[in-house]
Design a protein around this ligand. Structure first.
Ligand code: 13P
Length: 272
């Protein structure tokens, strides 16, 4: 069985409480969640990962080291080192004790889109970052999702297949076993309009099948999480779907109560 993952992407938000307090509160409540889960017959262990802005990485490392929680960055450079102003390399990230890194989030892709780069070129950049992350022992969470326009035009599968094929071409399908895929439809991010559980399941099954065409074993073990307006109210129904292995949470990850309840929903996945 795949271990569910719930990842909190803080984006460029300063939490209402200080970042230190938010990290401490999440840690505290996640420990309470752990003890509740131990008592709960139909609950399974989950992974939790936090993605604060990089300026808070030192705090994350100090507070979370030795706990069950993981942390990571919201981006990584495609280069090892050099004159890349504003970028952070995979080895620097690793030095902060990070296990994971987000790659290809649509809120970063759109920065490149302003340069009017072709989508295929953007997918290549994502693949280069992916290669860099895995080379340094980081687990990438690679985000992919269609815009509202692509959704209306029925191009969801085309958009997703294009990136998956590029990733597979770069490192082979086996390398995806170190990776998490995040389906994040752009129209669902920060809009309050989440995908239905049925739609998420359909797209996740398509993603798994696409990887299975190259490697069935990797496809079976690959975690595919859903992101886009996940809240405590809809998490359980979305996570209950067989190919949804947890969530990538934006706004709700800044609220300890919401976030921990979403984690709880992931732990109850097998209970349906
Ligand atoms: P929201 O949960 O705020 O919709 O954001 C989702 C997201 O972009 C996570 O990476």
């Amino acid at each position: 069985m795949r271990k569910p993952l719930v990842a909190g992407n803080w984006k460029m938000n300063s939490p209402d409480e200080s970042s230190k307090t938010l990290l401490e509160n999440i840690l505290h409540d996640s420990k309470m969640l752990d003890s509740i889960l131990k008592e709960q017959e139909n609950a399974s262990a989950i992974d939790i990962a936090l993605f604060p802005p990089s300026v808070f990485l030192r705090e994350a490392q100090e507070i979370l080291t030795g706990s069950n929680l993981h942390w990571g960055t919201q981006n990584v450079s495609a280069y090892d080192e050099g004159p890349y102003t504003g970028e952070i390399s995979a080895s620097m990230i690793k030095n902060f004790g990070c296990d994971y890194v987000l790659i290809g989030h649509s809120e970063r892709r759109c920065l490149y889109e302003k340069l009017e780069l072709d989508q295929f070129v953007l997918d290549q950049i994502v693949a280069e970052k992916y290669t860099m992350a895995t080379r340094h022992g980081l687990s990438p969470i690679i985000c992919i999702g269609e815009t509202a326009e692509d959704y209306e035009a029925g191009k969801t599968e085309e958009v997703i297949a294009r990136l998956l094929d590029v990733l597979i071409k770069h490192q082979g399908a086996k390398a995806l076993s170190q990776t998490v895929l995040a389906y994040e439809p752009v129209w669902a991010i920060g809009t309050g309009k989440s995908a239905t559980p049925e739609w998420a399941q359909e797209v996740h099954a398509f993603m798994r099948e696409r990887v299975a065409q190259s490697d069935t074993e990797t496809a079976e073990s690959l975690r595919i999480i859903y992101g886009g307006s996940v809240k405590k109210e809809n998490a359980r129904a979305i996570f209950a779907k067989p190919d949804v292995d947890g969530g990538l949470i934006g706004g709700a990850s800044l609220d300890v109560d919401q976030f921990i309840k979403i984690c709880f929903a992931a732990a109850l996945k097998e209970a349906g």
